[in-house]
Write a protein that binds this ligand. Structure first.
Ligand SMILES: NC(=O)c1ccc[n+]([C@@H]2O[C@H](COP(=O)([O-])OP(=O)(O)OC[C@H]3O[C@@H](n4cnc5c(N)ncnc54)[C@H](OP(=O)(O)O)[C@@H]3O)[C@@H](O)[C@H]2O)c1
Length: 275
């Protein structure tokens, strides 16, 4: 792992000049930015006239390099696996942010191996928690000083599985319930920071492909049908729909939303829908 400090732009004074020239620009970390909802979020933020600065994380370095090459000054990338907590700790400490991080979109996630509780290996359960929950805690800890002073926003990509139990999704659903709890606790502990978790709906990404192609076997018939028919009947959402709402929330979520778990299309979020 490289120990050199990464910075935006060609030289280390780019950041302060960019912020002075673009006062609406926000500096935002997006995890799981290499595919699906996270990639839609990153592209949306990069298109903004506000000229946001993005720290993009994921495992697929080819996608990260492509985003960086197309946006050479405004993107810094960090490739790694969120199950490796040493990597996670190095993400914020390895960046020159000049004292300011305005937002974090904690979006990466794994279904784990989708085993029923009776058969899941403890190590497998624990790894799903490390990726979906513990890495978020580590990222929050390392960025809180910057988020407090920026009155920053933390947006978690949660799931309907946080509040609905699907057969064989125990580990995944429990991690998303924990994510919602993280947002609620942060609201109480960190009054300067706005944190909320978003339910993105059933979205047409690799995660849904995996549900249909790899994980149906351990699910009950009724649960299988829900996901098969969502695809067959054209009910899957494009990643851009929830992605754009999540992106807008990371830029300007109102304080009164803090601690809440809301569906991406909740009427309370009408102001954040892409026009
Ligand atoms: N799709 C849905 O219907 C749906 C519904 C509810 C909630 N969600 C949530 O939405 C979020 C995004 O999922 P998606 O649907 O966009 O799925 P996706 O297309 O599979 O994207 C998942 C993203 O998370 C990253 N990721 C996964 N495991 C990782 C790990 N161990 N370390 C680092 N990065 C990791 C992936 O990185 P690489 O591609 O680089 O490996 C990718 O960028 C997840 O939190 C998921 O739980 C999705």
């Amino acid at each position: 792992m490289s120990t050199s400090i990464k910075h935006f732009g060609a030289s280390s004074d780019f950041l302060s000049k960019h912020r002075a020239q673009n006062p609406s620009s926000r500096t935002i970390l997006v995890t799981g930015a290499t595919a699906g909802i996270g990639l839609a979020i990153a592209k949306y933020l990069l298109r903004s006239e506000a000229k946001h600065l993005l720290v993009l994380a994921g495992r697929n370095n080819d996608v990260l390099i492509d985003l960086q090459t197309k946006n050479p000054d405004r993107v810094v990338t960090t490739a790694g696996d969120m199950s490796d907590l040493d990597y996670v700790k190095s993400i914020i400490s390895g960046l020159q942010l000049a004292g300011k991080l305005d937002g974090m979109i904690l979006n990466h996630g794994t279904l784990g191996s989708c085993q029923r509780i009776g058969g899941v290996e403890a190590e497998d359960w624990e790894k799903t928690f490390r990726i979906n929950v513990t890495s978020l805690v580590v990222l929050i800890q390392s960025s809180l000083p910057l988020l407090r002073s920026a009155q920053g926003k933390v947006v978690f990509t949660s799931s309907g599985a946080a509040v609905t139990a699907y057969t064989s999704w125990g580990a995944y659903g429990a991690t998303k319930a924990a994510v919602n709890h993280l947002a609620m606790t942060l609201k109480n502990e960190e009054p300067e920071v706005t944190s909320l978790s978003i339910r993105p709906g059933v979205v047409d990404t690799a995660m849904q492909d995996d549900i249909r192609n790899k994980y149906l076997g351990n699910m009950d018939e009724k649960d299988q049908q829900k996901f098969i028919s969502a695809k067959k009947d054209g009910k899957l959402l494009p990643a851009e729909k929830p992605g754009h709402v999540i992106a807008e929330l990371a830029v300007r979520a109102a304080k009164e939303l803090s601690g809440q778990f809301l569906s991406w299309d909740d009427p309370k979020l009408a102001d954040y829908q892409a026009k």
